[in-house]
Design a protein around this ligand. Structure first.
Ligand code: AMP
Length: 116
């Protein structure tokens, strides 16, 4: 998919509205439009990477930045003590529906395990 056609690239560019909670040089975070928990934030790179499977070895630092932003948003939303979950869905079997890598940050309730 071309970045011009990608929903999350459009959100990162500001072409599609979203409730942003982080907007950095490399990483953007925003509330999920269909939240599965009281806190459900998506953390994405500005660069279009289709999925973790498409990430290159030299994306190592950027991939780490996604988790650091997820941690910081979790702290800001008051989840540090209670705990939270980060999830990356990959491909069809992983349940990925938007082909732009994203970390789900979920918290604010007790989350069951294993996932379905
Ligand atoms: P995944 O199924 O892992 O690819 O997750 C995609 C997520 O994107 C889902 O949780 C959707 O609710 C969310 N989503 C889809 N469109 C939007 C949007 N326009 N703004 C915010 N979140 C969205």
């Amino acid at each position: 998919m071309r970045p011009e056609d990608c929903l999350f690239c459009k959100i990162a560019r500001g072409d599609v509205p979203a409730s942003l909670c982080h907007s950095g040089d490399e990483v953007v975070a925003f509330d999920d439009v269909n939240p599965q928990a009281p806190v459900h934030v998506l953390v994405i790179p500005r660069e279009h990477i289709t999925s973790l499977e498409h990430a290159r070895d030299d994306h190592r630092s950027l991939l780490g930045a996604l988790l650091v932003v997820a941690r910081d948003v979790a702290r800001t939303r008051g989840l540090a003590e209670s705990g939270y979950r980060t999830v990356i869905n990959i491909g069809d079997d992983g349940g990925q529906s938007v082909p732009h890598i994203h970390v789900h940050l979920l918290g604010g309730r007790s989350l069951s395990w294993p996932p379905g």
